[in-house]
Design a protein around this ligand. Structure first.
Ligand code: ATP
Ligand code: MG
Length: 373
C-alpha cells in the first residue's frame, strides 16, 4: 500500500476577501471551528481556504465579486505543510488585472497546474443542487473530482467540448444553408466517439469505485434501515456510440445540435427504488450528500496519496441527534486529516466538540473579524 502523505494548512492571512477586511489565523492541524451568527463570515472563511486549492471561489468564479465591497483587490495567503515541506500559496486579484496565483513566490503561468496539489473537499448546504438541480450539476461533480488528479481526463473533456461545439455549428449551418455534407459530419463523429470513449470509461470507473464506499457511509450514518443507490447513466452504456450517432443524424439535423453524447450523462440518485429528489426527506437528502462527498474524499485521498482538507459547512443542521453522533464518529476516524467546521451556536458546538474529543481551536467570528476563541 502506498503511504498517504500528510498535509495541513498552518496559517491563513486574508485581506479584503468578501466581508473579511483583514484576518490572520494560525490553525490546528486537526480540527478548526468557525463560530458565529448568520452572516458573520464563516462560510466566506471556508471559501478563502477553498480558493487556495482551486484558484477560484466555491460559490463565485467571478473574482471581482469576491473583493470586499468598495475595495479594489483581495489577497489570500496560506502556509501549508505538505509531505514534510513548507509551502506558501498566495492568491491576489485586482480589478482590471489578471489574477495571480503563486506557489512559493513563483507565479503560475497556467492555473490548471495548481489544481490537485492541495486536494480539498467542501461539504456545503449548496450541495443540494446535486439532487435538485439539472444533470449538468452531476456531471460537474464527476468532472471536478476526476480532473483534480487526472490531466488526461481534463484535456480529453476540453477537446470533446470543442469538437461538440464544432459539430453543433456544422449542424446549424446545414440547416441554415440547406445543404448536407455527410463526410464532414462523419469526421466529427469519429473524433467525438474517440474522446467520448475515454471520458465514459473514466466516469464509469469513478462511479463504480465510490459507490460501495458511499453506501457504507450512508448505512453507517442512517443506522442501516435505508438503502441508497448511485448509478451512472450514459448513452454509451447502451452500445456502440458511433452507431448511435449515425442512427440519430436526422434528429440532430432537425434539432441543430448533438442530442446524444457524454455531454448528456447523468447520475441516478436513489433511495430504495425511488429517485432521492422525489421522495427523500431533508435529513435523508443531507445524509445522502454527506455520504457521497465523504466517498469523494476517500477516492481523492487514494488517487492523490494525500489526505485532502475537509471543509464542513453547516453539516449538522437538519440532522437528528443519532445521525449527528454517527457523523462525528466517522469524521474523527483516522482516515480524515485536517478539518474545518462552522456552527452558529456555542452550546451546540461544545456538544459536538465534547463528542469528537480531538485537539481543536475555536475562532469566534463577528462581522468578518476574529473576536475571540
Ligand atoms: N464581496 C463582498 N463584500 C462584502 N461583503 C460580502 C461580500 N460577499 C459577501 N459578503 C457578505 O458576507 C456576509 C457573510 O457571509 P457568510 O456566508 O460567510 O456568512 P456565514 O457566517 O456563513 O452565515 P450563515 O450562518 O448564515 O451561513 C454576508 O452578509 C454577505 O453579504
Ligand atoms: Mg454560512
Amino acid at each position: 500500500m502506498l503511504k498517504i502523505e500528510y498535509m495541513h494548512l498552518q496559517s491563513l492571512s486574508i485581506l479584503d476577501f468578501k466581508n473579511i477586511e483583514q484576518a490572520d489565523f494560525v490553525f490546528s492541524e486537526k480540527l478548526n471551528c468557525f463560530l458565529g451568527d448568520n452572516g458573520a463570515g464563516k462560510t466566506n472563511l471556508l471559501d478563502a481556504i477553498y480558493y487556495l486549492s482551486f484558484t477560484k471561489g466555491f460559490f463565485n468564479s467571478i473574482d471581482a465579486q469576491n473583493i470586499r465591497h468598495h475595495r479594489e483587490m483581495f489577497m489570500l495567503q496560506g502556509k501549508y505543510i505538505r509531505s514534510d515541506e513548507n509551502e506558501t500559496i498566495s492568491a491576489g486579484f485586482k480589478i482590471g488585472q489578471k489574477k495571480q496565483i503563486k506557489r512559493n513566490r513563483k507565479l503560475y503561468k497556467k492555473l490548471s497546474d495548481h489544481i490537485g496539489l492541495f486536494p480539498l473537499v467542501m461539504i456545503s448546504p449548496s450541495d443540494i443542487s446535486l439532487i435538485s438541480g439539472g444533470s449538468d450539476e452531476r456531471r460537474k461533480f464527476m468532472d471536478g473530482v476526476i480532473s483534480q488528479f487526472d490531466r488526461i481526463y481534463l484535456d480529453t473533456l476540453l477537446r470533446y467540448n470543442r469538437t461538440l461545439l464544432q459539430r453543433n455549428n456544422l449542424l446549424k449551418q446545414f440547416f441554415e444553408k440547406r445543404f448536407f455534407d455527410e463526410d464532414t459530419l462523419s469526421v466529427y463523429d469519429e473524433q467525438l466517439a474517440e474522446l467520448a470513449g475515454v471520458i465514459h470509461k473514466k466516469r464509469e470507473l469513478y462511479v463504480n469505485e465510490i459507490t460501495p464506499v458511499f453506501q457504507s457511509f450512508y448505512t453507517f450514518v442512517s443506522g442501516g434501515n435505508e438503502t441508497v443507490g448511485l448509478s451512472y447513466q450514459s448513452c454509451m452504456n447502451e452500445g456502440d456510440y458511433s452507431r448511435q450517432l449515425l442512427a440519430c443524424r436526422n434528429r440532430d439535423r432537425a434539432a441543430q445540435h448533438s442530442t446524444l453524447g457524454i455531454h448528456r450523462d447523468d447520475l441516478l440518485l436513489e433511495l430504495g427504488d425511488f429517485p432521492m429528489k422525489k421522495i427523500g426527506s431533508q435529513g435523508q437528502q443531507k445524509t445522502y450528500l454527506l455520504a457521497l462527498k465523504l466517498a469523494q474524499f476517500d477516492y481523492l485521498k487514494n488517487a492523490s496519496d494525500i489526505k485532502p482538507i475537509l471543509l464542513l459547512d453547516d453539516i449538522f443542521d437538519k440532522l437528528d441527534a443519532k445521525r449527528v453522533s454517527k457523523i462525528i464518529e466517522l469524521v474523527t476516524e483516522a482516515r480524515f486529516g485536517q478539518i474545518f467546521i462552522t456552527d452558529t451556536d456555542r452550546e451546540h458546538l461544545a456538544y459536538i466538540l465534547d463528542k469528537m474529543n480531538t485537539e481543536h481551536l475555536i475562532f469566534k467570528i463577528e462581522n468578518g473579524k476574529i473576536v475571540g476563541k
